[in-house]
Design a protein around this ligand. Structure first.
Ligand SMILES: Cc1ncc(COP(=O)(O)O)c(C=O)c1O
Length: 492
């Protein structure tokens, strides 16, 4: 039967379901080179005995299918995306245009160094720019995400401590407001983690931190501003205490967008940092990658940096250093996500230091403006001026019996992406909002009005909230089943 129900318009059949034998879109020309016979060396079990089961479709069917799927996605180019801790800022299209330039996109990682001098120079310059922004002595571009940057940074700390004969330092301190990847990375890198509680202001409790320092501690991981959106103003005292106890200081740079061009983690005393290029430096973000999590270090950690590392022989000659003997080794294929590095480089060149500084200041201004617009109906978790993001405590807002999840789902019906909810864990019913510098005051006013309308609906029309979202391509999911038993393959 032909389905003409308009409410099913988003549930189009899959390409396999609309396949009709013999239908073609694009056909490859007849092969005009001799068939290469691999002989028996490959083994008969590796040869196909039939064609792969690909669907047969016309070109317009394929174009419509993928265009429709792309339009079902919510993205920064279609709407406001205040997903806290993720810095969903606008990605200027010039970044993509430059990365797609055939002189970059047609390079092969195994090409000779003399053929790839331009790419090496770009990476070398990016290393130097990142050193400037972070206040570090050297950068590695190899890691592919923030979480991988954390893992690499912790391996560097471990290698350094081992070189000092201090391998028994096996504890990493992590504040209770930290992103979940911090303790996970520390565990993967072979450390034990100890949690440091926040104080009443939402910052690291310095006295409790000092009490946790001993000769087992390898280091402290910190995010500054932290995930509550507050600047850790005791950072110099913290750095002195950690270093005094023989530990290293790791900077989770996910929140660098609040301070880039204004303050530098290296000047705060951090020994290792990672930067999420896909946040602060505006490379594509979401859906699991590709990303970039370059790692910066102070000079004592340089010998342990991953391979390859881009070096400079002379003013116009660059090379890949593959032989550093104390390196922790290779952490990704070749030299990282090169296309992402091009995008970050273009963004940095395009803005320059004054532009980057202005972006950070606007990000902080936008967050405080939005916080003030919401303040009469939505209390924040902690008091005071925020940095680039703030966390609402929806338990304190009057939302009847509705929880943060209900508010988040209903926002989708108004065409905005939901804030991050239930993180950080130290705030009950947390909704973490990061507007970024890209947004106009009109967008922020509209979002505040939507939030207030949703709050009224929570009290007056709870069923509307409980069933939300109503207008999205996919309605409310059973999230536990979706996470535990995902159906990833269409059965044919
Ligand atoms: C504070 C913080 N640290 C680390 C990460 C991990 O970064 P990535 O998603 O690039 O692995 C995130 C990601 O959102 C984050 O918000």
């Amino acid at each position: 039967m032909i389905d003409i129900d308009p409410s099913n318009r988003n549930m189009e059949p899959t390409l396999f379901q609309i396949s009709r034998e013999g239908r073609t879109g694009y056909a490859l020309p007849e092969q005009d080179t001799p068939r290469y016979d691999l002989g028996e060396s490959l083994g008969p079990d590796l040869y196909r005995d039939s064609s792969p089961p690909l669907p047969s479709l016309s070109e317009p069917q394929i174009a419509r299918h993928f265009t429709r799927l792309s339009q079902l996605n919510f993205c920064i180019d279609t709407g406001f995306y205040p997903l806290g801790s993720c810095t969903m800022k606008y990605n200027p299209k010039i970044n993509d245009q430059m990365a797609a330039d055939p002189d970059f996109s047609n390079l092969h990682p195994l090409q000779d160094e003399e053929d790839t001098q331009g790419a090496l120079e770009l990476m070398h310059s990016l290393q130097k720019y990142l050193c400037e922004y972070a206040g570090m002595d050297e950068f590695s571009l190899c890691s592919l995400a923030g979480a991988q940057g954390e893992f690499v940074g912790l391996l560097l700390i471990r290698a350094y401590l081992e070189s000092l004969g201090q391998s028994d330092r096996n504890v990493i301190l992590v504040p209770d407001s930290a992103h979940g990847t911090n303790p996970a990375s520390a565990t993967l890198a072979g450390f034990k983690t100890v949690e440091i509680p926040s104080n009443k202001e939402g910052r690291v409790d310095v006295e409790q931190l000092k009490a946790a320092l001993n000769d087992q501690v390898a280091g402290l991981m910190m995010t500054n501003p932290n995930t509550i959106g507050l600047f850790e103003k005791d950072i110099l005292e913290i750095a002195e205490a950690v270093h005094g106890a023989g530990g290293q200081l790791y900077y989770d740079g996910a929140n660098l967008n609040a301070i880039a061009g204004v303050a530098r983690p290296g000047d705060m005393g951090f020994d290792v940092v990672h930067i999420n290029l896909h946040k602060t430096f505006s490379t594509p973000h979401g859906g699991g990658g590709p990303g970039g999590g370059p790692v910066g270090v102070k000079s004592h950690l340089i010998p342990f940096l991953p391979k390859p590392h881009v070096g400079k022989k002379s003013d116009d000659e660059f090379y890949l250093n593959l032989s550093s003997k104390n390196s922790i080794g290779s952490v990704s294929g070749f030299w990282g996500n090169f296309g992402i590095l091009v995008r970050a480089y273009v963004y940095l060149r395009h803005h320059g230091l004054p532009g980057i500084r202005n972006n950070s200041e606007m990000a902080v201004l936008n967050a405080n403006f939005l916080k003030a617009l919401l303040a009469d109906e939505f209390p924040t978790a902690f008091q005071g001026t925020c940095m680039h993001e703030f966390v609402l405590n929806l338990k304190k807002a009057d939302t009847g019996d509705q929880r943060a999840m209900g508010v988040a789902k209903r926002l989708l019906d108004y065409g905005v992406h939901a804030p991050t909810v239930y993180f950080p864990l130290v705030v009950p019913e947390a909704a973490m909002i990061e507007p970024t510098e890209s947004e106009t005051p009109e967008t922020l006013r509209k979002f505040a009005a939507i939030m207030k309308q949703v709050r009224r609906e929570c009290i007056e029309k709870p069923n509307l909230i409980e069933g939300a979202p109503w207008e999205t391509p996919v309605r409310k999911l059973d999230e536990v089943t979706a996470a535990r038993s995902p159906v990833l393959v269409e059965s044919l």
